[in-house]
Every structure is written in C-alpha cells, then in structure tokens.
Design a protein around this ligand. Sequence first.
Ligand code: IPT
Length: 271
Amino acid sequence: FTLGLATTELALHAPSQIASAMKTRANQLGFNVVISMTDNLSLAACRTAVNELMSQRVDGVLINVPLSNDDAAAIARLCGNLPALFLDVDPEADVFKILFDPHCGAEQGVEHLLALGHQQIAVLTGPLESISARLRYEGWLNTLATRDISPCVVQHGDWSAASGYQQALLLLNQPVRPTAILVANDQMALGVLRAVHEFGLRVPEQISVIGYDDTEDSAFFFPPLTTIKQDFRLLGHESVNRLVDHLHKNGDHHSDSLLLPTSLVERHTTA
Ligand code: IPT
C-alpha cells in the first residue's frame, strides 16, 4: 500500500513535524508515503496536489491543507472512492477528519493569561485564509468576550517567524502597550520574542508571550516558550492508523473522525 500526503508548506515547523510523524508510523506498518506540497492556500493548489497523488495510484490520502467546508467537500468529491482523511478543517466539516479542538486550545491560552491577571492583551493571528487561524482567532475573541475584554491590538501574520517579528514591532509601536501577547503559533512567537527583546522589554516581567503548537524546539527558545500543545506525534500516528483502518474496512468514515485535546505547557514566557 502507498499513502499520499497533500500538505501545505513544509518549511513551516508544524506541517513538517506532522509529515515526519506520519512517515514514521507508516513505515512501522509497512506503508510507503508519497508527498505533494501546495505552494499557496488556494483550492486550485490543493486540487493540483491531490491530482498529483492520484496519478501516482496511492491507496488513500491524508490532506493537511487548510480548507473551508465547501472546499473540503469539493476535495472529497475529487477523491471519489479514494479514502481521504482531512487534518485542517472546521470540526463541523462533513468529511472524514482528525483535528485538535481549536476552541479548547484558544480557551486554554486566554484563560491562562486571565488567571495571571492580564487585561491588556494583544493578539497575533495566523493568515486569515487558513481555517485554523480563523478558528483560533474566533476562540480567543469569544473567550475574552466572556469577561467583557476585547484585544487591545490585533495583527495578522503568515505563520512564519519573520512575520511574527515584523507584526510584533508594529504591535509594540501602538499607543497602548499590551501586558501580554497571544500568538497563533510558536514559529511566529519566536519572531515576537526577538522583537520584544530588541524593543528593550523583558519577558515575562514586562510582557508575557504565549504560543500555540509546542513544536520540537519551543522549549529551547529564550526564554523557554509557554504554549498550547498540539501533540503532532500523536496526530501523525492516529491519522495513519485511522486511514489504514479505513482502507481495510471501507466503513462509515464519520464514526472514525476524531477531535484531539490540546494542553497548556507552562514554561517561562508568561507571568
Ligand atoms: C497548524 C500549525 O498550528 C501552524 O503553526 C501552522 O504551521 C499551520 O499548521 C500551517 O498550516 S497545525 C494544522 C494541523 C492545523
């Protein structure tokens, strides 16, 4: 058997760690994995990647590309009888999927900052074309709203450390200085930490920073990053298991969909 992986930009830490975990699990089970990477977030790019995999006669596909509900349905139709497991869709999407609960993750980050007494909270989202970026942002706003708080500044990055750095400089130059920054992923948080440092502020004494992902290197940022963990090893393992089960069973795929929990990892960037 051969599994196909259609993935978004592998230069990003999370998708590359997810691909690695999938490859490891597939190898243990004796499967081969072929990868096709999209070069932008459009539906057309995802179609191209999936077509490329289908022309290589894969037995099932893993789709780690952010897709709206309509776009996910379109890709599921394109796959036809070929089993397809989606990893970056809305929990409500009517497709076979495995996801980390975005509401739970967003809430954990906000609750952590509120428990520390923060009121002036800035947010740095991922690219709003990405469904996961939108869901995290929405989850932050909803949780803050339960305490009648709205973010003091909002900036949008593209998941990269470079964008985290640039957007944090803009954010720190606003008239209201936040006491904490909610960042939509660890890679942007890496850039944020450098910007905060260059701005002459101390983390966490003068400003707290919390990330999202808990990628392999996050414990080695300076200071070690407090973040919301998505266990990518578990995701890779479970997604391959479930797709392979599905190949064997051909059963009702919706019963196999799975929502995984996230967890708060407290290190040294929040106080
Ligand atoms: C998501 C990561 O959290 C984020 O850091 C970024 O790398 C993004 O992927 C790229 O699409 S994880 C995904 C399974 C929702």
